[in-house]
Design a protein around this ligand. Structure first.
Ligand SMILES: C[S@@+](CC[C@H](N)C(=O)[O-])C[C@H]1O[C@@H](n2cnc3c(N)ncnc32)[C@H](O)[C@@H]1O
Length: 294
């Protein structure tokens, strides 16, 4: 199973970076949480606790954010849950790679998140009964399936009527300069980019096509929103390292020190047009897709 093999070799990189990336993750997760319309679903269910299934959770995102909102345990004052004090529920987090699930469970225990459980699962063949969940979420995962349309169908199957699936997906590489730089630099120096690594983060890059895929899977009320935040990071910080490790860590581990130095120098050079006032301001662009089970 290709996706499992690729991600299996990257699980240590994901565990290594997870805690340091958590604050940034929490910020973008709010877009998924808003798209899930937890308030509306809670009303529909008469205030009963909500069941959320997070697919391809890696080591915890956005499963932890949903669990905090449903546990009345928001991380920040401006968290979306500040407006939704009555929400409650449980999150089932899942991933095809058991080591990712182990990392997630350890992090959840460390953080004292009680309303979460972890079940290894292939999102193309979910081990859950029909109509078991109110929300299915997936951040940067569906594009990595061997058969994403089958995965969309499985999400639809396990949703209860009125339930909603929400997906965060990358916009095309041209709108994501960090990924474009990584692809070019690693291609030049190590002879391996996304194509050769067998990773295609951009398969859901065009919202119109992606919305048609959700429709074909049976969803109604489909929406897509685009987001382009830009960080502000001091130019001395090699901010590309986390993403590069988490996507190419298995390749980088085999690279020489000289190649690794050349990669960092080339990444700085390629991204230097985005330096303003001594800070990198490199935009990222992603879409949030949502669809309802009638
Ligand atoms: C880019 S990571 C995203 C992880 C997490 N959702 C996040 O945003 O931090 C992609 C994840 O998809 C998982 N994955 C790939 N194919 C899968 C499948 N068919 N079923 C479930 N998980 C899968 C990988 O193991 C990996 O953890």
């Amino acid at each position: 199973m290709q996706s499992q093999t690729t991600w299996h070799h990257l699980s240590s990189d994901w565990i290594n970076w997870a805690d340091r990336l958590a604050p940034a993750a929490e910020k973008i997760n709010r877009h998924l949480i808003e798209a899930a319309d937890l308030d509306g679903l809670a009303r529909l269910r008469g205030g009963a606790p909500l069941d959320v299934l997070d697919l391809a959770s890696g080591v915890g995102e956005p499963a932890f954010s949903f669990a905090r909102v449903l546990g009345g345990n928001a991380a920040t004052a401006d968290d979306v849950s500040a407006n939704t004090p009555g929400l409650s529920g449980h999150v089932t987090a899942s991933d095809i790679v058991p080591e990712m699930c182990d990392g997630l469970a350890a992090r959840a225990a460390d953080e004292g998140i009680g309303n979460i459980s972890v079940i290894p699962a292939d999102m193309e063949k979910l081990p859950f009964s029909d109509q078991s969940f109110d929300v299915v979420s997936c951040r940067f995962g569906v594009m990595f399936c061997n058969d994403p349309d089958r995965a969309l169908g499985e999400s639809h199957r396990v949703l209860r009527p009125g339930g909603r699936a929400v997906y965060m997906v990358w916009a095309p590489m041209v709108d994501n300069p960090l990924f474009a730089a990584m692809d070019a630099v690693l291609g030049n120096i190590l002879g391996i980019g996304f194509d050769k690594a067998g990773i295609n983060p951009f398969a859901f890059g065009h919202p119109d096509q992606s919305m048609m895929r959700l429709e074909a899977a049976g969803f109604t009320g489909i929406t897509a929103t685009s987001h382009s935040p830009a960080g502000r990071i001091p130019e001395k910080v090699p901010f590309w390292k986390p993403q590069m490790d988490m996507l190419f860590g298995n390749v980088l581990r085999r690279a020489s020190d000289m190649d690794r130095g050349a990669i960092d120098a080339a990444m700085f050079e390629t991204l230097s047009p985005y330096i303003e006032d001594g800070h990198f301001q490199v935009p990222i662009c992603f879409h949030v897709l949502s669809g309802k089970r009638a």
